[in-house]
Design a protein around this ligand. Structure first.
Ligand SMILES: [Zn+2]
Length: 128
């Protein structure tokens, strides 16, 4: 079994107080951190920080994808590197993806657990 560095006592480099484990959310990303209760100094878990910067790199990329007519619907291809990243983060991914026409000129796709309360309500209704 491997031990995580955040399982160790970490002392704040500024005030020498023992730091506490916490989590912060950034752009839908949960990051493990240790926080100093005295001066609020933070250290992000190095693994999470690396994953987060991979995410930011992907987010800043723009992909040109073609629409194709298949039967009565149009399809677009989602770049593999995006799907791979989501799969790594979520561990499991449904084949079903929610698609919303958010505003004129903009579609959104929702994968896995990035689910808002509104959708959960709708699902509950459908289950009954
Ligand atoms: Zn401190």
């Amino acid at each position: 079994m491997t031990t995580d560095i955040f399982d160790n006592k970490i002392l704040c480099s500024k005030c020498n107080t023992r730091m506490e484990n916490a989590q912060i959310a950034k752009n839908g990303f949960m990051l493990r951190v240790v926080v100093c209760p005295k001066c609020n100094e933070k250290i992000i878990h190095p693994v999470d920080e690396r994953e987060y910067s991979r995410f930011i790199n992907l987010r800043n990329k723009e992909f040109q994808v073609k629409m194709r007519l298949v039967g009565n619907s149009y399809t677009v291809s989602i770049p593999k590197e995006i799907v791979s990243f989501i799969k790594e983060q979520e561990k499991i991914m449904n084949d079903m993806v929610r698609l919303c026409f958010e505003e004129v000129g903009r579609l959104s796709l929702n994968f896995g657990e990035f689910e808002n309360i509104e959708n959960k309500k709708i699902r509950k209704k459908n289950d009954q």
